[in-house]
Ligand binder design. Structure first.
Ligand code: GSH
Length: 220
């Protein structure tokens, strides 16, 4: 039996959540509010770094979202979320790595602004948008006229980049110049795995309030 520890608002968790759903794997969901239970001894025994996501499969514990994605593909290969050609494998990995290494730091100030956690100076916001645009152009280039990054089949490239896609507009990154990227986002948002995992406005408000309380308690 698979047990999935996560919190619905976490983008690191969501890529695993989407993969579990896309692969039609049954799992027990342990939704955490991250209000301190991640520091409890029972959870630290699973992940000493107090992070979600965590997957436990019949007593075998996996931490780190990308390790979990690799584990799921190795253990439950069908349906596959892996590219099959050398070019596909390279594209899949490039998109995954560009997302975590380039997009995530680039959109940091934009995420902060969207969530109401503070406001960086105008120049920092402009720079963040410029950096994010480079990633969007890269995505559009790799996507080309295909349905998904590696062709007709969804892969981990779409799962990893695609869990950020619903937020682009709210982050202040209009999609007008990227019609193929917008169509890809719409295609993903139509899938049950994205519909199930997309947070509601109420989820977002509750998360925002929780984070603000925590920041206030830490004197930030
Ligand atoms: N590199 C990790 C990052 C995990 C991570 O940062 N999780 C955050 C939520 S998005 C977390 O658990 N934060 C709570 C804490 O650190 O106490 C992964 O990809 O799984």
């Amino acid at each position: 039996m698979l047990t999935f520890y996560h919190t619905p608002l976490s983008i690191n968790s969501r890529r695993v959540w989407v993969a579990l759903l896309e692969k039609n794997l049954p799992f027990e969901e342990m939704a955490m509010s991250m209000g301190g239970e991640q520091f409890q001894p029972e959870f630290l025994a699973l992940n000493p770094f107090h992070h979600i996501p965590v997957l436990v499969d019949n007593g075998f514990t996996v931490i780190e979202s990308f390790a979990i994605l690799d584990y799921l593909e190795a253990k439950y290969p069908t349906p596959s979320l892996l590219a099959t050609t050398p070019e596909g494998v390279a594209t899949m990995r490039m998109v995954e790595m560009v997302t975590v290494n380039e997009l995530v730091p680039a959109i940091n100030p934009l995420t902060k602004q969207m969530m109401g956690f503070g406001q960086d100076p105008e120049e920092a916001i402009a720079q963040a948008k410029q950096n994010a645009e480079v990633v969007l152009k890269f995505y559009a280039d790799k996507l080309s006229d295909q349905s998904f990054f590696c062709g007709d089949q969804i892969t981990l490239a779409d799962v990893v980049a695609g869990t950020f896609a619903p937020w682009f507009e709210s982050l202040g990154l209009p999609m007008d110049d990227y019609p193929t990227l917008q169509a890809w986002t719409d295609r993903l948002m139509d899938r049950p795995a994205w519909k199930t995992t997309q947070p509601t406005a109420a989820d977002l408000d509750a998360f925002r309030d929780r984070m603000k309380e925590r920041m206030a308690a830490q004197g930030q």
